[in-house]
Ligand binder design. Structure first.
Ligand code: GLN
Ligand code: ZN
Length: 763
């Protein structure tokens, strides 16, 4: 019985790679120093897996930035604008593609399936010459071999690579990218030949796009590609690895019918139906099933007893020596090592397993299948599972009851949005094209220091409150000077829009080192939702009312919505996600009611991450959207008509396909991030989507340091006015300003307000 790990986090247990990268980018260390940090990380990871007893240890899952970009480098698919001269791709070209350089912007980045990881989107066109230009896979394989570890080299599969790419700017949008597959395969053949020559006996192709709703043309590409590679792959064991959802039956039949392939990896955690498909459709005889039973997307300890039962079931179908225990996906989507969690209490810690612990779980399961159960490990695991089920910290009967009662009602505000807007306008008396911002103002070094020192108890509560008050007062004054219409307090007390709320809600725990790579050197530290969620006391009322007392203009209350809190956390797996979401919605609802009672007239509930929780498969999307939108409505269905509820934008998202759900949120005003494509957004409205609420499509891109001119902002607003009615349009930037500098924010907002005034005078 064997064990396998799909992939492993590369940042290091204490984000060593992040710091090495950033120091290199800042010119504070050399390329050799960076390479040394990376090699040390790789070697410790391989050794750790080998010591744990893992048989199939992956290599080439390390990356200096992104595994898709690594593949782009391997194929020499460098867009022309980087003026690459050919030859082996070095840090210069590689990081220019990833991050841009002084003269050329970076390549586009987008979300890796439904994770919070972002990859660099390949740009392909008919003129692209594919040449073998990065020998990373082979050198990692040899590096591990030199340490005495024979690894499974991992490559992004050729079909997934093409399906994730986009046509280069110079070519027509409808350019058939799959027509490039043949030339790409030439490079893959070279890579495979080298790996074989170096002694590799296995190779893993990650083809996660197999879990999507593919059409027959796309499915055919798999058959073509792997038939084409078949002779190159002879004498190798070939694993096709899938993850993040079930492989649909058609795709399952297609790939299990490929003669070049000897092993198939499936995600049995998110792919809840796959085990049944294997049983009912059957599994090709003599081939290996890599059963992804240990969750790579979460931090919970595996329920070993129940996993073992599932594995035994599958073993009966595929045969005794053909079942390999594996992780559901790469462990790069979970935290690295529980050992470094010094602040979590023992009880919660016993319920958790990070990447390093998951490796041990995989091995324990494979040993148990082989009849060599580690009794001590299994019984400790069973005890932890039982304690998690019965712990009073997990269950709050009152919350359970309140959440259960929600399901039967629609939770809608009583009055129609058009009437509400009229009522609100009587009270708020705003000019047309009202100006506002999405919430946060620049977070200065000084501000971060104050928060850090307060947390470390180096300054008193009084000093802290005074410092934050002073910051708020500065931000309020600035906004009045800029003559914005609806103000914000600037969020100086918040480190992060989810963590800030999680810290004040019960049912949440926080790690010190539970980092997960988001993109490049960027990591996030999601809170852990372990129990029923409730709100012991008001969370934002003090700051919002303090801010409101400093101005006569309306001050927005600023909350993070339930769906975003859920989607940016590690969520408990012992109840459906929507139940947890409803609980958070109830907690936020109480906050909304308290804000309203304290006299706050405009409340913003950010659902930045609503779109990104959308399931990969179309058949599951309606259900998700239904409970996600319902959760949002629960938070504010009880407010008075006079209270204006704004929900803010969704970052980096294509929301056209969910516009009806956005409307169904029934907020008074929505602000959307669209700075990358007004056209796309406006086309929805041009097509006659019935829309009555206020809308603020961001009028400039805050993600860039560039200062937009008054003219260009006015021009964008004018284009919006062709499609949207003047009395519903708001003028605001497209996201929070916290990552920007005041020297950028001041002139940008000055121009934004000037543009709004200019247009008002012309109307
Ligand atoms: N209020 C948040 C901010 O401005 C909203 C950001 C977001 O939703 N991404 O920072
Ligand atoms: Zn954004």
């Amino acid at each position: 019985m064997a064990s396998h790990i799909v992939g492993y986090p590369r940042m290091g247990p204490k984000r060593e790679l992040k710091f090495a990268l950033e120091s290199f980018w800042d010119g504070k260390s050399t390329g050799e120093e960076l390479q040394k940090v990376a090699a040390d990380l790789r070697s410790s990871i391989w050794k750790q897996m080998a010591e744990a007893g893992i048989k199939f240890i992956p290599s080439n899952t390390f990356s200096y930035y992104d595994q898709v970009l690594d593949t782009t480098a391997m194929l020499g698919a460098v867009p022309e604008r980087y003026s690459w001269a050919g030859g082996e791709i070095g840090f210069d070209t590689y990081f220019s593609m990833a991050r841009g350089n002084a003269t050329v912007p970076a390549m586009e980045m987008t979300k890796w399936f439904d994770t919070n990881y972002h990859f660099i989107v390949p740009e392909l066109g008919p003129d692209m010459k594919f040449t073998y230009s990065s020998h990373k896979a082979i050198s990692e394989y040899q590096e591990a071999k030199a340490l005495g570890i024979d690894t499974v080299p991992v490559l992004i599969g050729p079909v997934t690579y093409v399906l994730l790419s986009k046509p280069a700017k110079v070519v027509n949008k409808s350019f058939p990218l799959l027509s490039l597959l043949g030339s790409i395969l030439h490079v893959y053949k070279e890579v495979i030949a080298e790996l074989k020559a170096a002694g590799a006996s296995w190779i893993q192709f990650d083809e996660p796009s197999l879990v999507m709703d593919l059409d027959s043309h796309q499915l055919d590409a798999f058959t073509k590609a792997y038939s084409e590679l078949e002779s190159s792959l002879s004498d190798l064991n070939v694993l096709i690895e899938t993850y993040f959802a079930d492989v649909p039956v058609e795709a399952y039949k297609t790939i299990t019918g490929l003669s070049a392939i000897s092993a198939f990896g499936f995600d049995l955690v998110r792919g809840t139906k796959t085990a049944d498909v294997i049983k009912s459709v059957g599994f090709p005889s003599g081939k290996y099933l890599f059963a992804g039973i240990v969750d790579g997307r979460n931090i919970w300890a595996n329920d070993l007893a129940s996993s073992l039962a599932i594995l035994k079931d599958l073993e009966a179908v595929v045969g005794k020596d053909k079942l390999v225990v594996s992780t559901s996906c790469s462990l790069m989507h979970t935290a690295v090592d529980l050992v470094n969690e010094t602040k979590l209490d023992g009880e919660i810690k016993s319920w958790l397993a990070f990447a390093a612990q998951k490796v041990v779980e995989v091995n324990a399961l494979s040993k148990a299948l082989a009849g060599r159960t580690d009794e001590v490990f299994f019984s400790a695991n069973a005890a932890a599972q039982a304690s998690r089920k019965s712990s009073p910290r997990v269950t709050n009967a009152e919350v359970q009851k309140a959440a259960a009662a929600l399901k039967d009602s629609d939770h809608r505000r009583a009055t129609n949005v058009g009437i509400r807007l009229d009522t609100q306008q009587k009270k708020l008396n705003l000019p047309i094209l009202p100006t506002t911002t999405t919430g946060s103002f620049p977070q200065t070094v000084e501000l971060r220091r104050v928060r850090r020192e307060y947390k470390a108890k180096k300054i008193s509560e009084e000093e802290y409150v005074n410092a934050i008050k002073e910051e708020i007062s500065k931000v309020v004054k600035l906004q009045e000077e800029l003559d914005l219409d609806v103000l914000v307090h600037g969020e100086p007390e918040r480190n992060d829009m989810v963590e800030y709320f999680g810290e004040q809600l019960s049912g949440f725990a926080f790690t010190v080192n539970g980092w997960v790579q988001s993109y490049g050197s960027r990591c996030v530290k999601p809170p852990i939702i372990y129990g029923d969620v409730s709100r012991p006391k008001a969370m934002t009322v003090f700051w919002s009312t303090t801010a409101q007392s400093m101005t006569s203009r309306p001050m927005k209350g600023m909350l993070t919505g339930p769906v975003t809190i859920l989607n940016w956390s590690f969520v408990r797996n012992d109840q459906p996600r929507h139940e947890t979401c409803y609980q958070i919605a109830l907690a936020i609802k109480k906050e909304v009611e308290d804000l309203e009672a304290a006299g706050i007239q405009v409340i913003q509930i950010d659902e930045a991450a609503l779109r990104e929780g959308l399931p990969l498969r179309k058949s599951e999307q309606a259900f998700y959207l239904d409970w996600a939108v319902h959760s949002f409505r629960i938070t504010n269905c009880s407010v008075e008509d006079t209270t204006q509820v704004i929900h803010t934008h969704m970052c980096y998202s294509n929301f056209n396909d969910i516009i009806h759900s956005i409307i169904n949120m029934d907020s008074d005003v929505i602000t959307l991030e669209n700075s990358r494509s007004d056209e796309k957004l406006l086309s929805v409205f041009r097509e006659g989507v019935k829309y009555g609420a206020g809308i603020g499509p961001g009028v400039y891109d805050i993600h860039s340091p560039r200062i937009p001119t008054t003219e260009e902002i006015a021009d964008r607003i004018n284009k919006m006015l062709v499609v949207l009615e003047v009395n519903i349009l708001w003028v605001n930037p497209d996201c929070g300003l916290k990552t920007r500098k005041y020297k950028e924010v001041k002139p940008a907002l000055t121009n934004m307000v000037a543009a709004a005034k200019l247009l008002r005078s012309q109307l």
